[in-house]
Design a protein around this ligand. Structure first.
Ligand code: TNX
Length: 500
């Protein structure tokens, strides 16, 4: 099916189609990579070679800095950088002479590549050669993100996902210009990252029988986790590790009974209850433990953020909560990281750089607004719009429904800057779509809950508000059916989308 230049999710800021001026990628086409673009050129070639069957050799491009004038290779695809475009921004120009992709930085260039993939026929995602005419529609796209933080979250505690599964999930996310993956690494039902100074965490709470219904065992060694962080970084994704505390800690207490009030280990838990476990604010053992965890995780984390959870601490008194958070936040700073917490953290004294992640379901929350007024940045994840674990409809499975059911139109139909009175555009770091895994049992389950709603959240996070248009979105989304089928990505065939 012929593509139109603007048939892209997230909707680009500016699209100037020139239908007379397309370019067809044929055998013999080459890729030229200006200095600094080589790694993205490899991503581009890897995306185009399998389905086209073309060699698409990568050669050096003219170095604009060295005064070489031709900013393109006639008959080819040229990659270059122009920092005046800005962070994560890009431009794509397609005419009969070829394709020029210009990034404000390498991340922006990577997003140009994602846009190019989307305006090629769906068969471009096939893993072997296809007889297809690989025409790219002519014209210009100039694009840049609305928010610098466009996140997804995967709960690997309630159901563990292997490194290969997370990498596959991430490959699907980056096609929508997601740039943060928050990993919920610990909860009552499991502990999923090896901590060398606290080996029992994963020996006891990462193995067989952990996870909801005992169905999601596993953990990452530190080497595996470092590999995952590097895999993400190569795709311009920052991993945000979360260690949920002071609640959601039963798995830690099973492994280290000194973390309970009476020093007696609780039994392992595989049910869905929340709000019953707590670290003990008045015990020094608590802070020795937290410091061991934060120190090791910070050393494994090139990104700026450490997420300390802080949600649903019903088993912690408000005084203990404040005392606990007051001891833990300086530890995050000690190891050079910026703290992120669920919005309940607003009830504690916070350093100015602390970020709140809002997950509420109504607009009556004034603690988050108060924190925003004091200068804290907010990540918007309202459960009734952005939670990927909510059911699509009453009769769809898997999923929960405590925040209601969320069809695609509801996931798309909100503005993060209009969600909470007192939390406007300037208070927002960005948006995130969390996927909790209590009801998930496979990567296919995770994909089914994520697609097609993640593209809605991605568009809300990336696209200028003026482009927001449900009719346009559902038509553009329809084209992803064949793309996901080619990639083997499961998706929910939402009835409101006229799927191709
Ligand atoms: C609430 S949202 C939780 C999680 C659950 C989720 C299920 C939040 C910060 N806490 O513990 O997994 O609901 O939707």
């Amino acid at each position: 099916m012929t593509r139109e230049l603007g048939d892209v999710i997230p909707a680009p800021g500016e699209v100037r189609p020139d239908p007379a001026a397309g370019f067809t990628i044929e055998t013999g086409v080459t890729i030229s990579a200006a200095p600094g673009t080589e790694a993205v050129a490899e991503h581009l070639a890897a995306a185009l070679r399998p389905a086209t069957g073309f060699d698409l050799p990568i050669g050096p491009g003219p170095d604009a800095g060295a005064g070489a004038v031709p900013a393109r290779t006639p008959g080819g695809i040229h990659l270059e950088l122009d920092e005046t475009l800005g962070d994560e921004a890009y431009r794509m120009v397609v005419d009969p002479g070829g394709i020029v992709l210009t990034g404000g930085d390498p991340a922006g260039l990577f997003y140009a590549v994602q846009t190019l993939r989307q305006v090629l026929p769906a068969e471009i995602h096939a893993d072997g050669p296809r007889e297809t005419v690989w025409t790219v529609p002519g014209g210009l796209i100039a694009d840049r993100p609305r928010f610098g933080y466009r996140g997804a979250m995967l709960d690997v505690a309630r159901h563990f996902f292997s490194v290969a599964e997370v990498e596959s999930y991430l490959d699907a996310l980056v096609q929508f210009k997601i740039n943060h993956l928050h990993l919920h690494l610990t909860d009552d039902q499991g502990w999923r990252l090896e901590i060398e100074s606290r080996p029992e965490l994963t020996v006891v709470s990462g193995g067989a029988g952990t996870g909801v219904d005992g169905a999601g065992p596993g953990f990452y060694t530190q080497d595996e986790y470092a590999g995952l962080v590097a895999y993400a970084a190569a795709r311009f994704v920052t991993i945000v590790p979360e260690f949920d505390m002071p609640g959601h800690v039963n798995a830690a207490q099973v492994a280290y009974p000194e973390l309970t009030a009476d020093g007696v280990a609780p039994g392992p838990r595989t049910d869905l209850e929340v709000g019953y476990s707590s670290l003990v604010a008045g015990k020094e053992e608590t802070y020795a433990f937290v410091e061991d965890v934060l120190r090791e995780v910070a050393a494994l984390t090139p990104g700026p953020y450490l997420h300390i959870g802080g949600d649903e601490a019903q088993a912690t008194t408000p005084e203990d909560y404040r005392a606990f958070i007051g001891r833990v936040l300086p530890l995050v700073a000690k190891y050079g990281k910026r703290p992120v917490g669920w919005h309940e953290l607003a009830g504690a004294d916070l350093p100015g750089d602390a970020i709140l992640q809002y997950w509420g379901i109504d607009a009556a929350d004034d603690t988050t607004a108060g924190a925003a007024a004091r200068g804290h940045q907010v990540i918007m994840s309202p459960a009734d719009r952005s939670y990927l674990d909510m059911r699509y409809a009453a009769d769809t499975r898997p999923g929960l429904d405590w925040a209601g059911v969320t069809d695609v139109e509801k996931a798309y139909g909100w503005d993060p800057a209009g969600r909470l009175p007192g939390v406007g555009e300037d208070n927002l770091l960005g948006v995130e779509a969390p996927l909790w895994s209590e009801t998930l049992r496979s990567l296919a389950d995770a994909q089914t809950m994520t697609f097609p709603r993640l593209p809605a959240i991605a568009e809300i996070g990336w696209s200028p508000r003026v482009t927001h248009d449900w009719e346009s979105f559902r038509r553009r989304l329809a084209a992803f059916g064949p793309r996901w089928r080619e990639q083997g990505i499961a998706y929910h065939p939402a009835p409101e989308i006229p799927w191709q």
